[in-house]
Design a protein around this ligand. Structure first.
Ligand SMILES: Nc1ncnc2c1ncn2[C@@H]1O[C@H](COP(=O)(O)OP(=O)(O)OP(=O)(O)O)[C@@H](O)[C@H]1O
Ligand SMILES: [Mg+2]
Length: 264
């Protein structure tokens, strides 16, 4: 089933030739076009909720376009807060977060909405719309980004097929298993071809087989040019990815390893 899905994924993205080509060109020429290679940049970012609740302490790192980064650390280390900074769900107490040349936290609502459309997000608790079917959950995300009815009718079945949910398209989330819900959440996150996928503990509620499938899909999306930031507690997941790992402890980055070591 998985190989079949990966092939479908490649076809899905191949159908979006312009998007892929432009992503590849951006990536290939990133060193030439000044400032293009850095997608996300954290500069001295701290987040203090209260005196006894400091979530981030002077965090500095950057993410290049095309990278796959796993962020690991014990519960409470600051992983989700880091993700919230990129989605502008929370503001830093100090420091700045840039998306390319834009200071995310200086954007007005309109620009923020535009920026968020360039990011697909996946969470441990799925965050699907409970009163909409699998099909409608994805159609809704497309409507919100201004897609036409024709585009919706053509793309939704395609993306559901690639996450192996064709036979669940009229099911509501409460009628689906955890693995199915997370595959639906991923389908929704990629439907508008974002440049960045953020996945906060996407395997947290899944058994090992479903977790493996979710990670395989994220890896393939990354292979096709999309930047991925993943948070996880799962050692097996991190080691199977074999890419850059940022380790957090008490709000600080304590390690930044190129080659997929899970050390905590
Ligand atoms: N809204 C909030 N108000 C106060 N404190 C908060 C808030 N959100 C997070 N914190 C605190 O900030 C710290 C970091 O939380 P965060 O959710 O980023 O951790 P995490 O690494 O994602 O943990 P987990 O692995 O359990 O998801 C924790 O000590 C948490 O209690
Ligand atoms: Mg978290």
């Amino acid at each position: 089933m998985l190989n079949n899905n990966i092939n479908l994924l490649v076809r899905f993205y191949s159908g979006l030739g312009g998007f892929i080509l432009s992503s590849c060109l951006k990536f290939l020429f990133s060193d030439i076009i000044d400032g293009y290679s850095i997608m996300i940049n954290f500069n001295n970012v701290s987040k203090v909720y209260s005196q006894d609740s400091v979530a981030l302490r002077d965090v500095n790192f950057s993410v290049s376009a095309g990278e796959f980064i796993s962020v690991v650390g014990h519960s409470g280390a600051g992983k989700s807060t880091l993700i919230k900074m990129v989605l502008a769900d929370e503001k830093p107490t100090e420091g700045t977060v840039f998306f390319e040349s834009v200071d995310i936290h200086k954007l007005g609502n309109k620009e923020l909405t535009k920026l968020r459309r360039r990011i697909g997000a996946v969470f441990q608790d799925f965050r699907l719309l409970p009163n909409k079917t699998a099909y409608e959950n994805i159609a809704f995300a497309m409507e919100a980004s201004g897609k036409t009815d024709e585009e919706i009718a053509s793309d939704v079945p395609h993306v559901l097929e690639l996450v192996d949910l064709t036979n669940r398209l009229s099911h509501f989330p409460h009628q689906m298993s955890g693995g199915e819900k997370q595959r639906l959440a991923i389908a929704r996150a990629i439907i508008n071809q974002p440049e960045l996928i953020i996945a906060d503990e996407p395997t947290g509620n899944l058994d090992p087989v479903n977790a493996f499938e979710v990670i395989q899909i994220l890896k393939k999306i990354n292979d096709l040019g999309t930047t991925v930031i993943l948070t996880t507690h799962n050692r097996g997941v991190v080691e199977s990815i074999g890419k850059r790992v940022i380790t957090m402890e008490k709000g600080k980055i304590i390690r930044d390893d190129k080659d997929g070591k899970y050390v905590i």
